[in-house]
Design a protein around this ligand. Sequence first.
Ligand SMILES: O=P(O)(O)OC[C@H]1O[C@](O)(CO)[C@@H](O)[C@@H]1O
Length: 427
Amino acid sequence: MIKVNLEYASVDLAKEIKDGDIQKIDAMIRNKTGEGADFLGWLDWPKNYDTKEFNAMKKVAKQLRAKIDTLIVIGIGGSYLGTRAADEMLRGLNHTDKVEVIYAGHTMSSTYTDQLTKYLKNKKFGIVVVSKSGTTTEPGIAFRLLENQLIQQFGLEAAKELIVAVTDKAKGALKTLADQKGYQTFVIPDDIGGRFSVLTPVGIFPLMVAGVNTDKILDGAKKAMKKLAKQHDLSNSAYQYAAARYILNTKHGYKMEALVSYELQMQLLTEWWKQLFGESEGKNGKSLFPTSMIFSTDLHSLGQWVQEGTRKVMFETVIRVAKPLADVKVPKDKDNFDELNYLTTKTLHEINSIAIEGVLDAHVNVGKMPNIVLEFEKMNEEMFGYLVYWFELAVAMSAYLLEVNPFNQPGVEVYKKNMFKLLGKPE
Ligand SMILES: O=P(O)(O)OC[C@H]1O[C@](O)(CO)[C@@H](O)[C@@H]1O
């Protein structure tokens, strides 16, 4: 479902990396002997997840969906990015669905929060609050505000049916609060970190409420798991990607990787990817800075820099989708004032695909910027599950190649501690 095309990357895997090193790290991942191995729960999750819990989630999601027109998903980082990535990639602007999904708790912007609370005044809304730690400030504040508003609008009893918490199975502020107030809870497994959690109740429950076919997402993840578990060396496409970016970074001196998609509805997927790679690898003064662009949109802004700006700093990783969710024909026009009739033999996706060819040539051959191309078979639910698992395995390999622990994020705590000190948070 994903092929790695290194034709434009100026990387020769056979010459520039030892297959033995890849095999060693693969064994470390599979045998759970590397640093941070306590957080490898995602590795077997597609076959190990608790089907009973998932059936219970389906039931609760159906009940909640029947009662609301708007779902507020409260969370930050790994507690919301994967959900939003799937929501935008799969539902996109599909407003025919009865439930609108709005995200909160990923910002402390007072303007956004004020606008949201006003918008919800005439809405029948429900809340899914997601926090593994239960103590993160942003979702904590958003939940306090929106829970109050929901109770004011619909009453205490109704709140028990309109609020669901996804959090730790036993500990943390959110678990205590939900249990005390009688809110339904679903569990974030101990051995899966936030940014690896989209296939757990973190992503799956809100997506169920949003009406997404989550069974197909999990089928896709299982497909990836089964295929990649059989390939312990560079025949594994996730490892090819990890190795290529490692070589570009450590042997060719590149400092940044831009994930590029030609699908506007993958914008949030690139945000999810940024957290996955940024938090997993950005340690000990090492790793690529993960950034992203949407083409052709950003060709009309950053395109100039990409073509002619500072060289040997950034390379691109381009997602090329073979089969989009839908396609559109350019209509014939009898006047042809806009001179576009020459395009009417092609669909929009065909035009987009030709743009990729043209841009690859311009960026690689003229601009001398290496491009890794990730060939995605399609863009549906199954593909989403597949790509999530694929990137998770890729980042584990990639971080271990850099000799950093992929599963912690000690740097994030620094700002949090400073902020708590300045705000006078009691110890
Ligand atoms: O789910 P929590 O505990 O609220 O944490 C949210 C996010 O915050 C971080 O700790 C830091 O951004 C992420 O690792 C995590 O995904």
